[in-house]
Design a binder for this molecule. Structure first.
Ligand code: F6R
Ligand code: ZN
Length: 193
């Protein structure tokens, strides 16, 4: 009997139930990221510092589910990214590369409206891909990824990835993403940082 099967037997129906209105998985702890955790992420440092003097809101939270680890196993996380802006830039996640660069990821949009900012590590080529309810975004290997909420309600999504993917935040902290996603005359656009 493997670990997963044992865990399934212990839970009521073997399924993990998502609460999409809260962006939570009841009974599972989540990691919270506040505005103060996003130092250096926004292009407009002045607006960021000003916003922090007014408060330190919760920007996003992730609830990870790690049923089993090792070769061939999968982990996933439910993300909830709140709506908001710093200057003309939308609320965003820190973003990362996977520590194991070959690991890809599948994002499934469940609620809200947003974009994924994808940046190829070697070429630096960037693109944004819509992430919203019922859309699926494939994050290729060797690709830095950041989630951006461009809408007025929470953006809720699942990220599904190999159990050994890991997170490399240091590479992003060192040089950040080359592009930012901002609003220009009511339109969501990708611009150089
Ligand atoms: C996991 C993954 C997502 C993110 C989540 C929060 O590989 O991509 O579950 O972890 O969107 O973003 P970060 O991790 O950049 O704070
Ligand atoms: Zn990832």
């Amino acid at each position: 009997m493997n670990d997963r099967f044992l865990k399934d037997l212990k839970s009521k129906d073997g399924a993990v139930n998502l609460n999409l209105s809260q962006g939570t998985i009841p009974g599972h702890p989540r990691t919270e990221r506040y505005l103060s955790d996003l130092y250096g992420a926004f292009r407009d440092a002045q607006s960021y510092e000003l916003a922090l003097t007014l408060g330190n809101p919760l920007v996003y939270a992730v609830t990870p589910i790690e049923p089993a680890s090792g070769d061939g196993q999968m982990h996933y996380g439910l993300g909830v990214l709140h709506p908001g802006k710093i200057g003309d830039e939308f609320y965003l996640t820190k973003g990362h590369l996977h520590a194991r660069r070959s690991a890809a990821e599948v994002y499934v949009g469940l609620r809200g409206t947003g974009q994924m900012l994808l940046e190829d590590e070697s070429s630096g080529e960037s693109r944004m891909v819509a992430l919203q309810e019922n859309s699926v975004v494939y994050v290729p290997s060797h690709t830095a990824h950041r989630t951006v909420n461009t809408g007025a309600e929470p953006l809720v999504y699942l990220g599904i990835y190999p159990s050994n993917a890991g997170h490399d935040y240091a590479a992003i902290a060192a040089k950040n993403f080359r592009m930012v996603i901002v609003e220009r005359a009511g339109v969501v656009v990708l611009e150089p940082r």
